[in-house]
Design a protein around this ligand. Structure first.
Ligand code: FES
Length: 124
């Protein structure tokens, strides 16, 4: 059985720009990827197959729809979590990390525990 690539590159409109290799970081590893496309497409072209892990089971996930509908492609880009990598254009020097589980949410600026919740059930 012969294997065929999952993706085929369409005829580029500006080949010199679209296919020029740029350099990014993925999980602290340097990676040369084709430019002129989304982060998801660039990572897939470089052979990356695991973009994130589910919050409950930790199952590996990867892009599915490539159009912003499924949220399977979430990664951290330049320190910002939960970015849809299929909707962000890849840029030279980007630092991308796989997203492990749920992202951390900072508490709102005016967040304060209710008085009764500050101690434990025994008032300690
Ligand atoms: S691949 Fe579906 S939202 Fe990005």
């Amino acid at each position: 059985m012969t294997s065929r690539p999952l993706f085929r590159v369409l005829e580029p409109t500006a080949p010199a720009v679209a296919d020029a290799t740029i350099h990014i970081w993925f999980n602290d590893q340097p990676l040369g990827v084709p430019g002129g496309r989304s982060v998801a497409a660039a990572l897939l072209a470089a052979g990356i197959q695991r973009f994130r892990a589910t919050p409950v089971s930790g199952a590996p996930r990867a892009p599915y729809c490539m159009m912003g509908a499924c949220f399977e492609c979430l990664v951290e880009i330049d320190g910002i979590p939960s970015r849809q990598s299929c909707l962000v254009m890849v840029k030279d020097g980007m630092r991308i990390r796989s997203q492990e589980g749920a992202r951390d949410l900072p508490p709102p600026a005016d967040f304060r525990l209710p008085q009764s919740a500050e101690g434990n059930a025994h008032g300690h």
